[in-house]
Design a protein. Structure first.
Length: 249
């Protein structure tokens, strides 16, 4: 090979952000009654990051993840997740997007009370064509392998939230969105749930966006974003996150 035939320089494999928000506005209502929940929010999240979004009540946290998750439409601006322009999708495309790319976890678990833990998880697994053993495997991953046949009413709050995390992860979502996931748990249970969440999300390769008003949780994040009055006012990397077991609040 001569000098003029040098091999192409491999382009460094730097994947772009998995979540990109550009100048996103969300207004509820109109005229005098308009509420501006988001006022030009910008964000770019790299794949695999564990991101905590902090903000006081009313700052737009729930709105932010509902828009990223395709549950509600933006008023203006652009949201791109995994190369899909969510803000350009029609209803059908949104349904596919939510099903294939997004896992949601809420403060109050929202499990189906008449189904066992395994059935709650497999119901979602089936939607995305996961194999029959995926539910049991995912429950094992959140430490509930031995409680798969329990109904939600015979599980503790922390266990129910771990089922909800398994239900969100069984589809191996690109993004896992959590809205105050420890808001109704005591400190020790909250730490356990966050520890399980962290390792399970990592093993599934999901990018995590957790929104909360509890600033203590931010110490376990790779990245901390502050939201205020519908805008991102601070966004910093945290080079040495704490282990969930070390959190105090
Ligand atoms: P957070 O989760 O940080 O508490 P939200 O995103 O729930 O904040 O709300 C942001 C603002 O938008 C608040 O003023 C809230 O009252 C308002 N809001 C949220 N959802 C609606 C809605 N469906 N209709 C009208 N106003 C809403
Ligand atoms: Mg909220």
């Amino acid at each position: 090979m001569t000098a003029t035939e040098s091999p192409p320089i491999p382009s460094p494999s730097r994947p772009g952000p998995v979540i990109r928000m550009e100048s996103v506005h969300k207004t509820f209502g109109s005229g005098d009654l308009a509420v501006h929940a988001l006022r030009g929010a910008d964000l770019a999240i790299d794949p695999g990051q564990f991101v905590v979004v902090l903000g006081p009540s009313g700052s737009g946290k729930t709105t932010l993840i509902n828009l990223i998750g395709g549950i509600e439409p933006a008023t203006s601006g652009r949201i791109v997740v995994h190369e899909v322009d969510v803000t350009a999708l029609e209803e059908r495309g949104l349904t596919d997007y939510r099903r294939a790319q997004v896992g949601f976890v809420f403060q109050f678990f929202n499990l189906i009370p008449t189904l066992t833990a395994r059935e709650n998880v497999s119901l979602v697994g089936e939607l995305v064509g996961a194999d029959g053993a995926a539910a049991a495997r995912t429950l094992e991953q959140v430490g509930l392998g031995d409680k798969a046949d329990r109904f939600p009413s015979s599980l503790s709050g922390g266990e129910q939230q771990r089922v909800a995390i398994a239900r969100a992860l069984v589809k191996r979502p690109t993004v896992l969105l959590l809205d105050e996931p420890t808001g109704s748990l005591d400190l020790e249970t909250g730490r356990q749930v966050l520890g399980v969440l962290h390792s399970a999300a990592r093993s599934f390769g999901s990018t995590v966006l957790l929104v909360t008003h509890n600033s203590a949780i931010a110490r376990m994040a790779d990245r901390v974003v502050h939201l205020h009055s519908g805008r991102v006012v601070e966004d910093r990397l945290q080079p040495v996150p704490l282990d969930a077991s070390e959190l105090q609040w």
